[in-house]
Design a protein around this ligand. Structure first.
Ligand code: GUN
Ligand code: ZN
Length: 434
């Protein structure tokens, strides 16, 4: 790659720490008139324009956005590629929704041409919404992972994905076997894990759709390769929880099933966790596991309200997930708007700086990638977004009334969506222009 250097001048904001740990004021850094220097795909420097501009080499191109905010790219810790074509399917809760809409839609991914077409749409949608890293469920077909990684690699994106492992309680046309899921996952790991900025996630769908044999082999894969991810679902829906008790009567509860098969750990991400008890939160935290908070999905499927204060009490790592297609939007901004309402309904608040943290550095920590992404410190990957203060007439008018960055940030999250994202950069390269 030829040496590149370019600077971006705008308002710049990024998280430095979790507001729950250090307080709001120490949790972020803000430059009203800032400069972000990008060199060879990494952040070279960040600072006030008045300090940094005079130090730049004379031939450095400076792009100026007088009415925009630069933040790190958003991190989506839970989303389903093969559900892109079924977002907004009417009327069911989790288990009926899976059988009625999800499984038929996912069956189409046996066709590599279909998988490639949707992978392209899916990645474009992520980037249009400012998401530069996602932890992605593919379908049960290895073809779906191939298509996704091929498309992500072309743009040098930092992405994590895995083939669904599912060998029972699903239609025959969509199940693998314990052995085939192990062999197919292994082949994908060998081919993709650690290639460029790509990582592999062992992906048992959820406890009800895997036999004990399959869960054992999922644990074995994690033991065989360093730094693999594990993603699955947990405690999303009350009927689902009862079903898990029936299927695994010898286990103490839902989390204990995953614990027994050694699926907890620092790179394990459990989606939803709406109905976790204190003991389960404590065990997740103790093992360094993370939970993906997916508010639009939890509303849409009527699953319940995620208890963020409980997670904070246990110092549990939490990221934000869109969970498309049970989730109804690819937009992390829109998802944060819904997260705020989840907190309101529980008599709590979600500060805009906590939201920013969850969508960026908190997500990176949940994925153990905070040395690479999630903030704009020198050395980090240059994955960032440019948010347009004039994206819509209402946003423009409303932001003129805003007194400070806290209010601007909250309004961006409350009114913002894909239109707000003017540009998205990945490894310093422009990958979306509105
Ligand atoms: N639990 C098992 N599979 C799924 C899925 O595809 N979406 C959601 N929201 N929950 C699940
Ligand atoms: Zn999901």
């Amino acid at each position: 790659m030829p040496a590149t250097r370019k600077a971006y001048r705008a308002a710049i904001l990024h998280s430095l720490a979790d507001p729950a740990e250090v307080g709001i004021d120490a949790s972020y850094e803000y430059f009203e008139d800032g400069v972000l220097l990008v060199e060879n795909g990494r952040i070279g420097a960040i600072g006030h324009a008045r300090n940094l501009l005079p130090t730049l080499a004379a031939d450095t191109e400076v792009v100026h956005y007088p009415d925009a905010l630069i933040t790190p790219g958003f991190i989506d810790t839970h989303i389903h590629l093969p559900q892109t074509g079924m977002v907004g399917a009417y009327g069911e809760q989790l288990l009926d929704w899976l059988n009625t809409y999800t499984f038929p839609c996912e069956s189409q991914f046996a066709d590599p041409a279909h998988a490639a077409e949707v992978a392209d749409i899916f990645i474009r949608e992520l980037l249009r919404n400012g998401t530069t890293t996602a932890l992605v469920f593919a379908s049960v077909h290895p073809e779906s992972v191939e298509a996704f990684f091929e498309a992500a690699q072309k743009l040098d994106l930092r992405m994590i994905a895995g083939k669904v492992m599912m060998d029972r309680n699903a239609p025959d046309y969509l199940t693998d076997t314990a052995e085939s899921s192990y062999a197919e996952s292994k082949a994908l790991i060998e081919r993709w894990h650690g290639k460029g900025r790509l990582h592999y996630a062992v992906t048992p769908r959820f406890a009800p759709t895997s036999t004990p044999e399959q869960l054992t082999l999922a644990g074995q894969l994690l033991a065989e390769y360093p730094d693999l991810y594990m993603q699955t679902h947990i405690s999303e829906n009350l009927q689902e929880i009862e079903w898990v008790k029936e299927l695994f009567p010898e286990r103490k509860g839902y989390l204990d099933v995953y614990d027994h098969y050694q699926l907890l750990g620092e790179r394990s991400v459990f989606a939803h966790g709406v109905h976790l008890c204190d003991d389960e939160c404590a065990r997740l935290a103790e093992t360094g596991s993370a939970v993906a908070f997916c508010p639009t999905s939890n509303f849409f499927l009527g699953s319940g309200l995620f208890n963020l204060p409980q997670a904070e009490k246990h110092k549990l790592n939490v990221g934000i997930g869109t969970d498309v297609g049970a989730g109804t939007s690819f937009s992390i901004l829109h998802t944060l708007n819904e997260a705020y309402k989840v907190m309101q309904l529980q008599g709590a608040r979600l500060s805009p700086f906590k939201s920013l943290y969850l969508a960026t550095l908190g997500g990176a920590r949940a994925l153990r990638l905070e040395q690479r992404i999630g903030d704009l410190r020198p050395g980090s990957d240059a994955d960032f977004v440019v948010l347009d203060y004039h994206a819509t007439p209402l946003l423009s008018y409303r932001l003129q009334q805003a007194r400070d960055i806290a209010e601007k940030l909250f309004v961006l999250m409350t009114l913002g969506d894909d239109r707000t994202v003017l540009q998205t950069y990945a490894a310093g390269r422009l990958v979306h222009q509105r």
